[in-house]
Design a binder for this molecule. Sequence first.
Ligand SMILES: [Zn+2]
Length: 416
Amino acid sequence: MPVAMDVFERLEQRINNYRDEMIQFQKELTAVVALGPDNGGQGEWARAHFLREKIESFGLTDFSEYHAEDQRVPEGTRPNFVVRLAGEQAHPAVWVMAHMDIVPPGDENLWDTKPHEAVVKDGKIFGRGTEDNQQGLVSALFAMKALKEEGIKPPTDICLMLVSDEECGNTYGIDHVLQSQPDLVSKTDLVIVPDGGNPDGTMVEVAEKSILWAKFEVLGKQVHASMPQAGINAHRASAHMVVQLDNTLAQEYPVEDPVFDPPNSTFEPTQHDANVPNVNTIPGKEVFYFDCRILPNYSVDNVLATMQRVAQEIDHKFQVETKVSVAQVARAAPATSNDAPVVALVSAAIRTVRKVEPVPMGIGGGTVAAHFRKNGIAAVVWSTMDDLAHQPNEYCVIDNLVDDSKVFAHMYIASK
Ligand SMILES: [Zn+2]
């Protein structure tokens, strides 16, 4: 829907005035640590209580709760909740999903400031979680606050979903919500996940590659290196296998899709386990891995079948025995179409606020938007960030915090 510019300018002005309050909110949020039990923490409840109280103080009081049972944390559940600002009609609702949990700081010696005490410096807020995912959460929330305080009823419902467990697999977060509430998010709704992006805010992530980590264990026979004829050199066989895998996979999976960077599937030999500790022993066992990022049009099982075939050829040639197994796999969800209404909604808002041309893109690793896509719901990942997630000295650029909030405000009033 075309947006009445005077309405949007009022929202922009209001959001500009929130700048200091948003910084303060980021600081307070950073101090309420939310680490999942897999990361040695007590879960997200302290942060959930903090957020709920703050959100209520903004006059936003329509909450729904979808907590997931988890006896590893003191409360016995992991919090998930939705705050809704009712629109003229319910659908297509605009959903923004942000996660409450953070990752641990890592080696604190690598930090210039204390990770859980946010510090403002050079137009940035430094601290663990300030970018991942507090920036998106705060931006989207303050845009709702702006609508509320301007007395603007959005054309359709605005729903901010705050979830747990994003950093450790999503079982107690978005997966729980979508599985236990199959009708909560409708297939026509518009889903934005502000948990990834690029520094100028042009990247609208719509697709992802499958990830396959394949493990190869090549068994020969260990002997003294002066008597090679008595053994079977697993290292030689594995070296040939790596080269043949490299050639065959590139030949058989050549498709390029310009949405991705790089545009092709990639098959990289990576880890190689130590074999013998001395030079004069012929190794009887070699273990190596491939990290594969596979375009969504290819089946992961076909790639595995190709790997098995190559391994058998090398086994036959060198008299070794190879076991191919899956160390990790994440099958790509169907891509969100470039023509999906959510892509148009986000793109129009980016153009208006940031005066740049958005580009729908695919990425090489899984994102949480895939959990929506797997359920047939179009979803995009978008925000404006330098991408400091999980690094020491993580920061959020304050201008991004404020300007992304304006982008959300634009989406909220243009959903129909
Ligand atoms: Zn994140």
